[in-house]
Design a protein around this ligand. Structure first.
Ligand SMILES: [Zn+2]
Length: 411
Protein backbone atom coordinates (compact mmCIF):
# COMPACT_ATOMS: atom_id res chain seq x y z
CA UNK A 1 0.00 0.00 0.00
CA UNK A 2 1.26 3.43 -0.79
CA UNK A 3 1.64 5.66 2.19
CA UNK A 4 1.34 8.79 0.25
CA UNK A 5 -0.63 9.86 -2.71
CA UNK A 6 1.24 12.17 -4.90
CA UNK A 7 0.49 13.47 -8.24
CA UNK A 8 1.96 16.13 -10.32
CA UNK A 9 0.39 18.41 -12.80
CA UNK A 10 2.40 20.32 -15.29
CA UNK A 11 1.67 23.95 -15.48
CA UNK A 12 0.97 25.27 -18.86
CA UNK A 13 2.79 28.39 -17.77
CA UNK A 14 6.40 28.41 -18.73
CA UNK A 15 8.66 30.86 -17.02
CA UNK A 16 12.02 31.57 -18.49
CA UNK A 17 15.06 32.56 -16.48
CA UNK A 18 15.61 35.28 -19.00
CA UNK A 19 13.05 37.79 -20.05
CA UNK A 20 10.01 35.98 -21.35
CA UNK A 21 10.06 35.74 -25.09
CA UNK A 22 7.13 35.53 -27.37
CA UNK A 23 7.51 32.14 -28.95
CA UNK A 24 4.76 32.17 -31.49
CA UNK A 25 5.84 33.54 -34.82
CA UNK A 26 3.13 33.86 -37.36
CA UNK A 27 4.34 33.40 -40.90
CA UNK A 28 1.85 33.86 -43.73
CA UNK A 29 1.54 30.50 -45.46
CA UNK A 30 1.76 31.77 -49.00
CA UNK A 31 5.30 33.04 -48.73
CA UNK A 32 7.90 30.29 -49.06
CA UNK A 33 10.67 31.04 -46.63
CA UNK A 34 13.87 29.03 -46.50
CA UNK A 35 14.38 27.25 -43.20
CA UNK A 36 16.79 29.17 -40.99
CA UNK A 37 20.28 27.65 -40.85
CA UNK A 38 20.82 25.22 -38.00
CA UNK A 39 23.15 26.73 -35.48
CA UNK A 40 25.06 25.48 -32.46
CA UNK A 41 26.38 28.18 -30.16
CA UNK A 42 26.49 30.59 -33.09
CA UNK A 43 28.21 28.19 -35.53
CA UNK A 44 26.26 27.48 -38.70
CA UNK A 45 26.36 23.69 -38.82
CA UNK A 46 26.06 23.56 -42.62
CA UNK A 47 29.49 25.17 -42.84
CA UNK A 48 31.13 22.15 -41.19
CA UNK A 49 31.13 18.41 -40.91
CA UNK A 50 29.83 17.67 -37.45
CA UNK A 51 31.11 14.82 -35.28
CA UNK A 52 29.50 13.98 -31.96
CA UNK A 53 31.18 11.60 -29.57
CA UNK A 54 32.08 10.77 -25.96
CA UNK A 55 35.51 10.95 -24.37
CA UNK A 56 36.74 7.37 -23.99
CA UNK A 57 38.86 6.10 -21.15
CA UNK A 58 42.49 7.01 -21.74
CA UNK A 59 41.66 9.48 -24.48
CA UNK A 60 43.19 12.95 -24.37
CA UNK A 61 42.63 16.13 -26.32
CA UNK A 62 45.80 15.23 -28.24
CA UNK A 63 44.67 11.74 -29.25
CA UNK A 64 41.28 13.07 -30.31
CA UNK A 65 42.82 15.87 -32.37
CA UNK A 66 45.17 13.38 -33.97
CA UNK A 67 42.13 11.59 -35.42
CA UNK A 68 40.96 14.84 -36.96
CA UNK A 69 44.28 15.84 -38.48
CA UNK A 70 45.49 18.39 -35.97
CA UNK A 71 49.18 17.78 -35.26
CA UNK A 72 50.94 17.68 -31.87
CA UNK A 73 52.55 21.12 -32.40
CA UNK A 74 49.17 22.76 -32.88
CA UNK A 75 47.67 20.78 -29.98
CA UNK A 76 50.48 22.00 -27.72
CA UNK A 77 49.83 25.56 -28.83
CA UNK A 78 46.07 25.28 -28.22
CA UNK A 79 46.43 23.66 -24.79
CA UNK A 80 48.89 26.30 -23.59
CA UNK A 81 47.07 29.26 -25.05
CA UNK A 82 43.77 28.55 -23.30
CA UNK A 83 45.13 26.90 -20.16
CA UNK A 84 44.32 29.86 -17.87
CA UNK A 85 40.66 29.66 -18.84
CA UNK A 86 40.09 25.99 -19.59
CA UNK A 87 42.40 23.07 -18.90
CA UNK A 88 42.22 20.66 -21.84
CA UNK A 89 44.35 18.15 -19.97
CA UNK A 90 41.47 17.54 -17.60
CA UNK A 91 38.86 16.14 -19.99
CA UNK A 92 36.86 13.44 -18.27
CA UNK A 93 35.97 10.06 -19.72
CA UNK A 94 32.27 9.75 -20.51
CA UNK A 95 31.70 13.44 -21.28
CA UNK A 96 30.14 14.36 -24.59
CA UNK A 97 31.89 16.51 -27.13
CA UNK A 98 31.24 17.88 -30.60
CA UNK A 99 33.85 18.56 -33.26
CA UNK A 100 33.30 20.87 -36.19
CA UNK A 101 35.52 19.76 -39.09
CA UNK A 102 36.25 21.61 -42.29
CA UNK A 103 34.13 20.54 -45.23
CA UNK A 104 37.09 20.32 -47.60
CA UNK A 105 39.14 17.20 -48.21
CA UNK A 106 41.45 17.85 -45.24
CA UNK A 107 38.51 17.30 -42.83
CA UNK A 108 40.54 19.03 -40.19
CA UNK A 109 39.03 19.86 -36.80
CA UNK A 110 38.37 23.59 -36.33
CA UNK A 111 36.24 23.78 -33.22
CA UNK A 112 36.02 21.51 -30.18
CA UNK A 113 32.93 21.80 -27.97
CA UNK A 114 33.15 20.04 -24.63
CA UNK A 115 30.00 19.37 -22.65
CA UNK A 116 30.78 19.69 -18.96
CA UNK A 117 27.24 18.94 -17.91
CA UNK A 118 23.72 19.40 -19.24
CA UNK A 119 24.00 23.16 -19.00
CA UNK A 120 27.69 24.11 -19.23
CA UNK A 121 29.84 23.89 -22.33
CA UNK A 122 33.39 24.95 -23.17
CA UNK A 123 34.08 25.96 -26.75
CA UNK A 124 37.64 25.76 -28.04
CA UNK A 125 37.92 27.52 -31.39
CA UNK A 126 41.14 27.23 -33.39
CA UNK A 127 40.03 27.91 -36.95
CA UNK A 128 42.02 31.14 -37.06
CA UNK A 129 43.24 32.56 -33.81
CA UNK A 130 42.92 30.29 -30.78
CA UNK A 131 40.34 31.14 -28.15
CA UNK A 132 37.97 29.53 -25.72
CA UNK A 133 34.71 30.54 -24.18
CA UNK A 134 32.28 29.06 -21.72
CA UNK A 135 28.65 28.94 -22.69
CA UNK A 136 25.50 27.89 -20.93
CA UNK A 137 22.34 26.49 -22.43
CA UNK A 138 19.27 28.43 -21.60
CA UNK A 139 17.41 26.97 -18.66
CA UNK A 140 13.68 27.35 -18.47
CA UNK A 141 11.76 26.85 -15.28
CA UNK A 142 8.36 25.24 -15.26
CA UNK A 143 6.24 25.25 -12.18
CA UNK A 144 4.94 21.91 -11.02
CA UNK A 145 2.25 21.17 -8.49
CA UNK A 146 2.15 18.27 -6.09
CA UNK A 147 -0.02 17.27 -3.18
CA UNK A 148 0.18 14.46 -0.69
CA UNK A 149 -1.56 12.91 2.27
CA UNK A 150 0.64 11.44 4.95
CA UNK A 151 -0.36 8.10 6.36
CA UNK A 152 2.84 7.12 8.09
CA UNK A 153 6.13 8.62 9.25
CA UNK A 154 7.93 11.31 7.37
CA UNK A 155 10.82 9.00 6.48
CA UNK A 156 8.34 6.52 5.04
CA UNK A 157 6.62 9.37 3.27
CA UNK A 158 9.87 10.57 1.79
CA UNK A 159 10.74 7.07 0.63
CA UNK A 160 7.44 6.75 -1.12
CA UNK A 161 7.40 10.22 -2.60
CA UNK A 162 7.53 10.29 -6.32
CA UNK A 163 8.83 13.81 -6.45
CA UNK A 164 12.52 14.41 -5.98
CA UNK A 165 13.92 14.06 -2.46
CA UNK A 166 15.26 17.57 -2.99
CA UNK A 167 11.69 18.88 -2.86
CA UNK A 168 11.02 16.87 0.28
CA UNK A 169 14.15 18.24 1.91
CA UNK A 170 13.22 21.77 0.92
CA UNK A 171 9.76 21.25 2.38
CA UNK A 172 11.13 20.00 5.69
CA UNK A 173 13.54 22.94 5.88
CA UNK A 174 10.83 25.50 5.17
CA UNK A 175 8.72 24.12 8.02
CA UNK A 176 11.58 23.13 10.32
CA UNK A 177 10.52 25.67 12.95
CA UNK A 178 6.78 25.30 12.49
CA UNK A 179 6.12 21.59 12.28
CA UNK A 180 7.84 18.76 14.08
CA UNK A 181 8.25 16.24 11.29
CA UNK A 182 8.75 13.44 13.77
CA UNK A 183 5.31 14.06 15.19
CA UNK A 184 3.24 14.19 12.05
CA UNK A 185 -0.36 13.16 12.42
CA UNK A 186 -2.11 10.66 10.22
CA UNK A 187 -3.86 12.58 7.48
CA UNK A 188 -1.57 15.58 7.71
CA UNK A 189 -1.38 16.80 4.17
CA UNK A 190 0.37 19.25 1.98
CA UNK A 191 0.35 21.00 -1.37
CA UNK A 192 3.35 22.50 -3.06
CA UNK A 193 4.24 24.50 -6.14
CA UNK A 194 7.88 24.03 -7.04
CA UNK A 195 10.32 24.77 -9.84
CA UNK A 196 11.49 22.13 -12.29
CA UNK A 197 14.33 23.23 -14.55
CA UNK A 198 14.50 22.22 -18.19
CA UNK A 199 17.03 22.70 -20.94
CA UNK A 200 15.56 23.48 -24.33
CA UNK A 201 12.12 23.06 -22.77
CA UNK A 202 12.38 19.29 -22.56
CA UNK A 203 15.49 17.92 -20.88
CA UNK A 204 15.04 17.84 -17.10
CA UNK A 205 17.93 19.65 -15.44
CA UNK A 206 17.18 19.56 -11.78
CA UNK A 207 14.78 20.86 -9.21
CA UNK A 208 14.60 24.47 -8.13
CA UNK A 209 13.03 25.84 -5.00
CA UNK A 210 9.55 25.49 -3.61
CA UNK A 211 7.64 28.64 -4.57
CA UNK A 212 4.73 28.18 -2.25
CA UNK A 213 3.37 25.52 0.04
CA UNK A 214 0.48 24.67 2.29
CA UNK A 215 0.98 22.15 5.06
CA UNK A 216 -2.04 21.10 7.08
CA UNK A 217 -0.86 19.75 10.40
CA UNK A 218 -3.49 18.47 12.86
CA UNK A 219 -6.05 20.37 10.85
CA UNK A 220 -4.21 23.69 11.07
CA UNK A 221 -3.11 25.20 7.77
CA UNK A 222 0.43 26.59 7.50
CA UNK A 223 1.13 28.58 4.36
CA UNK A 224 4.60 29.37 3.06
CA UNK A 225 5.53 31.74 0.26
CA UNK A 226 9.02 32.35 -1.08
CA UNK A 227 9.83 36.04 -0.97
CA UNK A 228 12.93 38.20 -1.32
CA UNK A 229 12.44 41.01 1.21
CA UNK A 230 15.67 42.78 0.33
CA UNK A 231 16.65 43.04 -3.31
CA UNK A 232 20.18 44.04 -2.32
CA UNK A 233 21.05 40.85 -0.44
CA UNK A 234 18.71 38.80 -2.63
CA UNK A 235 18.26 36.28 0.18
CA UNK A 236 15.12 34.19 -0.20
CA UNK A 237 12.96 33.71 2.85
CA UNK A 238 9.62 32.04 3.45
CA UNK A 239 6.76 33.93 5.03
CA UNK A 240 3.27 32.82 5.94
CA UNK A 241 -0.07 34.28 4.87
CA UNK A 242 0.21 36.90 7.63
CA UNK A 243 3.72 38.00 6.61
CA UNK A 244 5.42 36.23 9.54
CA UNK A 245 8.85 34.77 8.85
CA UNK A 246 8.73 30.96 9.06
CA UNK A 247 12.32 30.84 10.17
CA UNK A 248 13.48 31.29 13.72
CA UNK A 249 16.52 33.37 14.56
CA UNK A 250 18.21 30.19 15.88
CA UNK A 251 18.54 26.66 14.60
CA UNK A 252 17.54 24.01 17.12
CA UNK A 253 20.93 22.33 16.88
CA UNK A 254 24.39 23.12 15.50
CA UNK A 255 24.50 19.76 13.71
CA UNK A 256 22.25 18.43 11.00
CA UNK A 257 22.22 14.83 12.11
CA UNK A 258 22.97 14.17 15.74
CA UNK A 259 21.52 12.99 19.01
CA UNK A 260 21.60 14.86 22.29
CA UNK A 261 23.97 12.95 24.56
CA UNK A 262 23.79 15.26 27.57
CA UNK A 263 21.35 18.05 28.29
CA UNK A 264 21.79 21.31 30.13
CA UNK A 265 21.55 20.27 33.78
CA UNK A 266 22.21 22.44 36.82
CA UNK A 267 22.31 19.46 39.18
CA UNK A 268 24.47 17.05 37.24
CA UNK A 269 26.46 14.64 39.46
CA UNK A 270 29.94 13.79 38.30
CA UNK A 271 30.28 10.06 38.98
CA UNK A 272 33.95 10.07 39.84
CA UNK A 273 33.92 12.97 42.28
CA UNK A 274 30.45 12.29 43.64
CA UNK A 275 29.74 15.99 43.68
CA UNK A 276 27.44 18.26 41.78
CA UNK A 277 28.89 20.02 38.79
CA UNK A 278 26.34 21.71 36.60
CA UNK A 279 26.43 21.06 32.89
CA UNK A 280 25.72 24.41 31.31
CA UNK A 281 25.86 23.19 27.75
CA UNK A 282 23.94 20.78 25.58
CA UNK A 283 26.03 17.97 24.12
CA UNK A 284 25.29 16.83 20.60
CA UNK A 285 27.04 13.59 19.71
CA UNK A 286 28.09 13.03 16.10
CA UNK A 287 30.95 11.34 14.26
CA UNK A 288 34.31 13.11 14.12
CA UNK A 289 34.44 15.44 11.15
CA UNK A 290 30.70 16.22 11.01
CA UNK A 291 30.22 19.88 10.05
CA UNK A 292 29.18 22.23 12.86
CA UNK A 293 26.87 25.11 11.89
CA UNK A 294 26.39 28.50 13.43
CA UNK A 295 22.84 28.41 14.79
CA UNK A 296 22.23 32.07 13.90
CA UNK A 297 23.66 35.03 12.04
CA UNK A 298 26.43 36.77 13.96
CA UNK A 299 30.07 37.71 14.36
CA UNK A 300 32.86 35.45 15.64
CA UNK A 301 34.28 36.90 18.87
CA UNK A 302 36.53 33.98 19.88
CA UNK A 303 38.17 31.20 17.90
CA UNK A 304 40.98 29.38 19.69
CA UNK A 305 42.26 26.36 21.61
CA UNK A 306 42.01 26.55 25.37
CA UNK A 307 42.31 23.86 28.06
CA UNK A 308 39.19 21.80 28.66
CA UNK A 309 37.27 23.55 25.89
CA UNK A 310 39.72 22.35 23.25
CA UNK A 311 39.16 24.03 19.91
CA UNK A 312 36.18 26.30 20.26
CA UNK A 313 34.33 29.14 18.56
CA UNK A 314 32.17 31.79 20.21
CA UNK A 315 29.68 33.86 18.22
CA UNK A 316 27.89 37.05 19.24
CA UNK A 317 24.50 37.28 17.56
CA UNK A 318 23.24 40.53 19.02
CA UNK A 319 23.17 42.39 22.33
CA UNK A 320 21.15 39.55 23.87
CA UNK A 321 22.46 36.26 22.48
CA UNK A 322 25.87 34.59 22.24
CA UNK A 323 26.63 30.94 21.41
CA UNK A 324 29.71 28.77 21.83
CA UNK A 325 30.78 25.46 20.30
CA UNK A 326 33.41 23.29 22.04
CA UNK A 327 35.74 20.33 21.38
CA UNK A 328 36.09 20.89 17.63
CA UNK A 329 38.55 18.87 15.63
CA UNK A 330 39.24 21.95 13.54
CA UNK A 331 37.92 25.50 13.41
CA UNK A 332 36.88 27.11 10.14
CA UNK A 333 36.33 30.74 11.18
CA UNK A 334 38.43 33.44 12.80
CA UNK A 335 37.69 36.37 15.08
CA UNK A 336 35.87 39.12 13.21
CA UNK A 337 34.26 36.84 10.61
CA UNK A 338 30.56 37.34 9.97
CA UNK A 339 28.62 34.11 9.75
CA UNK A 340 25.14 33.34 8.51
CA UNK A 341 22.76 30.87 10.11
CA UNK A 342 23.75 27.41 8.88
CA UNK A 343 27.31 28.38 7.86
CA UNK A 344 29.92 25.78 8.73
CA UNK A 345 32.21 27.08 11.48
CA UNK A 346 34.19 23.92 12.27
CA UNK A 347 34.10 20.13 12.52
CA UNK A 348 33.20 17.74 15.33
CA UNK A 349 36.18 16.43 17.27
CA UNK A 350 37.20 15.52 20.80
CA UNK A 351 39.76 18.15 21.75
CA UNK A 352 39.90 19.31 25.40
CA UNK A 353 38.10 17.38 28.17
CA UNK A 354 35.78 14.97 26.46
CA UNK A 355 35.33 11.22 26.40
CA UNK A 356 33.76 11.00 22.95
CA UNK A 357 33.20 13.04 19.80
CA UNK A 358 30.53 15.69 20.37
CA UNK A 359 29.86 19.41 20.32
CA UNK A 360 29.18 21.06 23.63
CA UNK A 361 26.80 23.86 22.64
CA UNK A 362 26.52 26.77 25.05
CA UNK A 363 23.90 29.43 24.84
CA UNK A 364 24.02 32.82 26.57
CA UNK A 365 21.07 35.12 27.02
CA UNK A 366 21.92 38.51 28.51
CA UNK A 367 25.24 37.16 29.78
CA UNK A 368 23.73 34.09 31.53
CA UNK A 369 24.01 30.53 30.26
CA UNK A 370 20.55 29.11 29.66
CA UNK A 371 19.05 25.95 28.18
CA UNK A 372 18.39 26.68 24.48
CA UNK A 373 16.00 23.73 24.29
CA UNK A 374 13.75 25.43 26.83
CA UNK A 375 14.06 28.97 25.57
CA UNK A 376 11.36 30.40 23.42
CA UNK A 377 13.66 31.41 20.62
CA UNK A 378 13.03 34.70 18.89
CA UNK A 379 11.52 34.82 15.45
CA UNK A 380 13.71 35.85 12.57
CA UNK A 381 13.49 39.37 11.19
CA UNK A 382 9.88 40.06 10.29
CA UNK A 383 9.02 41.49 6.91
CA UNK A 384 9.57 45.26 7.12
CA UNK A 385 6.28 47.11 7.59
CA UNK A 386 6.47 49.02 4.33
CA UNK A 387 6.88 45.79 2.32
CA UNK A 388 4.16 43.92 4.20
CA UNK A 389 1.30 45.55 2.35
CA UNK A 390 2.78 44.74 -1.05
CA UNK A 391 3.62 41.21 0.09
CA UNK A 392 0.04 40.52 1.13
CA UNK A 393 -1.14 41.66 -2.29
CA UNK A 394 1.53 39.62 -4.10
CA UNK A 395 0.69 36.35 -2.39
CA UNK A 396 -3.07 36.49 -3.05
CA UNK A 397 -2.94 34.73 -6.44
CA UNK A 398 -0.39 32.23 -5.09
CA UNK A 399 -2.65 31.42 -2.18
CA UNK A 400 -5.63 30.95 -4.47
CA UNK A 401 -3.52 28.71 -6.68
CA UNK A 402 -2.56 26.51 -3.72
CA UNK A 403 -6.13 26.36 -2.48
CA UNK A 404 -7.26 25.17 -5.90
CA UNK A 405 -4.91 22.16 -5.97
CA UNK A 406 -7.01 19.11 -5.13
CA UNK A 407 -5.85 16.40 -2.75
CA UNK A 408 -5.64 12.99 -4.28
CA UNK A 409 -8.24 10.83 -2.58
CA UNK A 410 -7.73 7.18 -1.73
CA UNK A 411 -9.11 4.68 -4.16
ZN1 LIG B 1 28.96 19.73 27.31
Amino acid sequence: MRHIFIYILLFSVILSCNAPQEKKVSIPKKIEKPAPPKKLFGYILDDYKVVKSKIKRGETFGTIMDKYHVGPGKVYEIVNKIKPEFDLRRLRAGKNYTILKSKDSTEQAKVFIYQQDLIHYAIVDFKDSIFTKKVEKEVTVKLQKASGIIESSLSQTLDDMHVSPIVANDLSEIYAWTIDFFRLQKNDRFKIVYEQKFIEDSIPAGIGRIRSALFEHSGTPFYAFKYVPDSITGIEEYFDDKANNLRRAFLKAPLKFSRISSRYNLRRKIAFYGRVKPHLGTDFAAPIGSPIMSTANGQVIESKYRGGNGNYVKIRHNATYTTQYLHMKKRKVKVGDYVKQGDIIGWVGMTGNTSGPHVCYRFWKNGRQVDPLKEKLPEAEPLPKKIQEQYLVDIQPLKQELDAIPYQTKN
